[in-house]
Design a protein around this ligand. Structure first.
Ligand code: APR
Ligand code: PHB
Length: 389
């Protein structure tokens, strides 16, 4: 088989890249390790930055998002014993935000690729990348007991944190930055009307977050211990803990109900650089992970794909490699910005084990400063809505 761009991974990064390339007359094949059903079952975040919304509209993927997504003017921080604070993205940036789940975006992308006859190979086993520093790279995989080879001009590594692309880069040309946090997020989905706002709660019992997917689908999270298991958290215990961490008026208006999904995820920050090795280009979680506080993961995958699609289009159509050469630096500038914002918001909103009273005061003062200073409020709003591409 031959294609111009071999794309590894059918998450939002790989599918969106393949969609944009197709709109620009560039052929690609997407190789996905899992079944499509498995990919669509994964529940991830759902807050879209202004740039993500604009890009999805521009590439013809805005129709369902505009119909079913919930536009909003910012998110709230509810701090124990303090007045509530709005991250007022409309006031400070004038830009829109949207609650629309990653699962729905992935469905929209599959539908668009199917309608265009796009080639997505699922259950592609043992994907391997070859000759990445030559002008003729190729990719091999196994399906149904057969070995397949795809010759290509470029390889896009969109296969997430556990993929094969990043480990295909020799360790001596890659630098990685890693930071773990001493807690996880326990998340549930419930078929109940959501709390009207996205609200981050800081409480001495720990962090909690109310979010939303649709008029009858809510998403809630609480900070939990790293070694907690799902079985430790039956619904009754989850709700009791969640409600205890919200301000009383908020707790009074939350509609609880049985969970239809429940999972625990550890929090971490990770960045690999450069995001290029020869003809391999990394995008999305393959190159970086941010903690979910601030919901930057999906938005970063989209901005990477914006830069990478532009670069591949210039290279394939005009033979101009300039944007490919600057891809890693350009993408990483935005990645580090989001990494810092997610880290900062994580530090602000969580309880850390063995914290000193001094550290608690520093956190409290950070929050009071947000309330007191237009500049501080504007800085957070600008980052929350997403820095421009
Ligand atoms: N071969 C083929 N496919 C693979 C391989 C492999 N060796 N390893 C992983 N994959 C697939 C995964 O099954 C997954 O479908 O690559 C895809 C990567 O998708 P995501 O993990 O969703 O990553 P990405 O597209 O970069 O999207 C980033 O997803 O994890 C969230 O918070 C993150 O919202 C962010 C977004
Ligand atoms: C979500 O809706 O899943 C969500 C919202 C905001 C976040 C993280 C996740 O910061």
């Amino acid at each position: 088989m031959r294609t111009q761009v071999a794309i590894i991974g059918a998450g939002p990064a790989g599918l969106l890249l393949s969609h944009i390339l197709h709109r620009n007359g560039i052929d690609s094949v997407v190789l996905e390790r899992q079944t499509r059903a498995h990919v669509l079952e994964r529940i991830r975040a759902g807050v879209l930055e202004a740039g993500t919304i604009a890009l999805l509209r521009e590439v013809g993927l805005g129709e369902r998002m505009d119909r079913e997504g919930h536009p909003h003017d910012g998110s709230w921080i509810a701090w124990e014993g303090r007045p509530r604070f709005l991250i007022d993205t409309r006031k400070y940036t004038g830009k829109p935000m949207m609650a629309y789940g990653q699962t729905a975006i992935t469905e929209d992308l599959f539908a668009a690729r199917d309608a265009a006859g796009g080639k997505i190979v699922d259950e592609a086993a043992d994907v391997r990348l070859h000759e990445l520093t030559s002008s003729k790279p190729y990719v091999t995989y196994e399906k149904g007991g057969e070995q397949v080879r795809i010759d290509c001009d470029y390889v896009a590594g969109c296969d997430g944190y556990h993929g094969v692309s990043r480990p295909s880069i020799p360790l001596d040309v890659m630098k990685t930055y890693d930071k773990g946090y001493p807690f996880g997020w326990l998340g549930i989905m419930s078929e109940t009307p959501p709390y009207p706002d996205i609200c981050y709660c800081y409480h001495s019992r720990g962090f909690a977050l109310a979010s939303q997917r649709s008029p009858m689908l809510s998403r809630y999270y609480i900070q939990c211990d790293l070694d907690d298991k799902i079985d430790d958290w039956p619904d009754e215990r989850f709700w009791a803990e969640f409600l205890a961490r919200c301000p009383p008026d908020m707790a009074g208006s939350i509609v609880t109900g049985p969970s239809i999904e429940k999972s625990i995820a550890p929090l971490r920050s990770f960045v690999a650089e450069p995001m290029r090795y020869g003809r391999l280009f990394l995008a999305g979680d393959a190159a970086h992970i941010v903690p979910p506080t601030g919901a930057k993961g999906l938005n970063l995958a989209v901005s990477d794909v914006f830069y990478l699609s532009r670069a591949l289009i210039e290279a394939c159509r005009k033979g101009n490699p300039a944007y490919l050469d600057s891809y890693s630096d350009t993408a990483l500038r935005r990645v580090w910005g989001a990494a810092r914002m997610s880290w900062w918001l994580t530090m602000l909103l969580h309880r850390f084990p063995n914290e000193t009273p001094f550290e608690e005061q520093m956190r409290l003062n950070q929050f009071d400063y947000l309330h007191a200073s237009e500049h501080a409020a504007a800085t957070l709003a600008e980052q929350y809505v997403g820095l421009p591409y």
